[in-house]
Design a protein around this ligand. Structure first.
Ligand code: ZN
Length: 677
């Protein structure tokens, strides 16, 4: 499972890469101020960079390990393209040929549109939108495409290239959606993803139903690593392994994993990597489970990784694993923070403003690891999750547990990029509020997340006879509200400073202002005019902000101000707002503990769902003027070996500023698959 952010923020367009070699700019320093977070924007996408700023704190051996795993992480990029659609590699390579060899005028609007289309194909690992999975079409005409082809040397195109065919793939309505999820149609036939060929949904279901043994307590994830096809009328799995489908890319992945095994941090990790290698060699799903168990049990190693056919969102039937990799290492400082919170879990529970009878007598703090991403690959690149919880096999989760991680340098990059976007300045009332947010917003937001995840959800207990599902469709909104309120309440408690989690309570003030501003205004930018709030995290934020705004009106706790016809929500009394958070937490906990559906329903319906249309329109208009793209992805850093006397003396990390150049580099240096697989 993975968690994505939908933070919408960014900067305006910087520059176009013009499908021509140009010198790479050196990135700014690592102090977080002069660093250029956003390096490109096109269509509905922004390209950001993340920093691996504690990389130098790793030992040489660990750096080598990161290096080898990172190489393995980029070697599977072609697999993702091919899994997404059978002809993606053909299309990508054809477009790259034009990008490289087109002899015509590159300064025209049409050529710029061509560049944007190629950037989108790179971003989505194919011709379908990475999020909606709808096929996107170029803004240039098919006649222009023909002229591009005619003015590009034939030898640059892949052997399989045939202009008419590729033109049809790009411009016609074939393969309109990558993953169909509409009930009532054949999901397999309707989806363009490359996991099945010439078969029906029913044939797939029957094929795998036969394999499943309901009495097997340790069932493998049947079908996870294969394409299902028909050979001479018979259903057959084309397995992904050495000697099987995607063999040439898998061979390279194995090569780098073997190097990684040689510099593993300890024997357990070595065994884990070797098990993964064995799985890649054989395609045996039993071996994959053995690897997953070894991996989930390894809590000692600082360097860690995901590599393989993991998540199944790309298959309408949720069976086939998309290839991905995330190389990372534990952020020791930030994990100290979650450790402190975990160790003091009982104190927080005992001092919570909720009714004593709903407090847990004995709290078990959840330890979640905070990590630094060092390399993203396959499905996790360039669009990447901010949190991951693996493995996915239910029986392994039950028997051995799972690893839950927050990728903090990715979240940090989002925060930093948002600061340069103008969004904060647009919706914050005063320069002081902006200043506070810039200074403390990132830290405070992370602490909020830690308190929410490590303690909030786990706190409190149900009354006798209450099962926990009484709140039905309002349950998840109220549960998120409970966890958020727990975090918000404690943010402004001296204990936080005492434990060293924040240097000053000013950080809490930044979080309070951000939360109210977001809950009442900024998050409305993601909702179409005329629509209500549906998503439970968004409802939760609206519920808390709106409730506190209304309950605090008599004391002017939160004040709505207007300036130049623009609305702002300003907190006048932080201490009183802190008290209001406590009061609402007490009530939401009671609702949950007693399973009080009616009161829960009223709370959500009255405060969380409806949007004031006048304010909504104002917010959307103000947001539109900022010209921000709603989606974001990342370029990877580049690691290079520093050699001395024939030995690796160090590993350098560099930050690139050219998205297209990175994509072309990967296509040239890490592309191992045939065009059609
Ligand atoms: Zn939550």
């Amino acid at each position: 499972m993975k968690h994505f952010t939908l933070i919408a923020a960014g900067m305006v367009l910087l520059s176009f890469f013009s499908c021509q070699n140009k010198p790479e700019k050196q990135a700014g320093p690592l102090d977080g101020t002069d660093f250029q977070w956003q390096i490109d924007q096109f269509a509905d996408v922004r390209i950001l960079r993340y920093q691996v700023d504690d990389f130098d704190s790793l030992s040489l051996k660990q750096k080598k390990l990161v290096y080898y795993l990172s190489q393995a992480a980029v070697c599977g990029r072609d697999i993702t393209f091919d899994q997404n659609y059978k002809y993606n590699l053909l299309i990508r390579r054809s477009l790259e040929a034009i990008c490289e060899g087109y002899k015509g005028d590159r300064s025209t609007d049409d050529f710029k549109k061509f560049e944007i289309y190629l950037k989108r194909v790179w971003f989505s690992n194919g011709i379908h939108h990475h999020y909606s999975t709808d096929k996107f079409v170029p803004e240039f005409s098919s006649a222009y495409f023909t002229s591009l082809v005619e003015n590009t040397p034939r030898e640059l195109f892949p052997q399989e290239f045939e202009a008419g065919f590729v033109e049809e793939l790009i411009f016609s309505p074939v393969a309109a959606k990558r993953v169909c999820l509409d009930a009532g149609i054949d999901l397999v036939k309707c989806s363009a993803c490359n996991f099945y060929e010439d078969i029906t949904e029913k044939e797939v279901e029957d094929f795998y139903a036969k394999m499943l043994d309901p009495n097997d307590p340790e069932p493998v994830s049947y079908g996870l690593n294969s394409k299902l096809v028909k050979v001479d009328g018979k259903l057959t799995e084309k397995r992904y392994h050495l000697g099987g489908m995607y063999s040439t890319a898998i061979e390279k992945i194995i090569y780098w994993l073997e190097k990684a095994a040689g510099v593993a941090e300890n024997n357990e990790q070595k065994e884990t990597v070797e098990s993964l290698i064995k799985y890649y060699k054989t395609g045996d799903l039993k071996e994959f489970d053995r690897y997953s168990i070894l991996w989930v049990k390894d809590l000692q190693s600082q360097v860690d990784f995901v590599n393989g056919f993991i998540e199944t969102y790309g298959d309408p039937l949720g069976r086939k694993g998309g290839w991905e990799s995330i190389v990372n290492f534990k952020n020791i400082e930030a994990t100290k923070r979650t450790d402190i919170i975990g160790k003091n879990a009982q104190w927080f529970e005992d001092h919570s403003p909720i009714d004593d009878k709903f407090k847990k007598k004995e709290v078990k703090g959840v330890s979640a690891k905070v990590i630094t991403a060092a390399m993203l690959g396959g499905e996790s690149y360039p669009a990447t999750p901010i949190g991951v919880n693996l493995p996915n096999a239910d029986w392994i989760r039950k028997e051995y547990g799972s690893k839950s991680v927050t990728i903090e340098n990715i979240t940090y990059a989002y925060d930093q990029a948002a600061m340069g976007s103008g969004q904060l300045e647009e919706f914050a009332y005063s320069p002081e509020e902006v200043e506070l947010a810039k200074k403390w917003g990132g830290l405070a937001n992370n602490l909020h997340t830690d308190l929410h995840e490590c303690l909030g959800h786990g706190s409190g207990q149900l009354a006798q006879g209450i099962k926990g599902d009484e709140l039905k469709n309002y349950g998840s909104t109220l549960e998120e509200a409970r966890a958020d309120l727990f975090a918000l309440y404690y943010m402004l408690d001296d204990k936080i400073v005492e434990l060293g989690l924040m240097p000053t309570l000013d950080a809490a003030k930044a979080e309070y202002s951000n939360y109210i501003r977001n809950g009442l205004m900024v998050q409305l930018t993601r909702i179409e005019l005329g629509k209500n709030i549906e998503e439970s995290h968004m409802r939760n934020r609206k519920l808390i902000a709106q409730w506190c705004y209304e309950k605090g009106k008599a004391d002017n706790v939160i004040e709505k101000k207007t300036r130049d016809n623009k609305s702002y929500f300003v907190i006048n009394d932080f201490a009183k707002l802190h008290k209001l958070f406590g009061e609402l937490l007490k009530e939401v906990q009671r609702i949950k503990s007693e399973g009080d559906y009616e009161t829960g329903k009223a709370l959500v319906e009255n405060y969380a769902v409806k949007v004031d249309p006048v304010l909504h329109k104002e917010v959307l208009d103000r947001y539109a003027k900022l010209k921000l793209a709603p989606y974001a992805g990342f370029v990877n850093p580049v690691y290079t070996l520093v050699m001395k006397d024939g030995e690796i003396a160090d590993v350098n990390v560099e930050y690139v500023t050219d998205y297209s150049k990175q994509m072309m580099d990967y296509s040239k240096n890490y592309s191992y698959l045939p065009t059609i697989n």
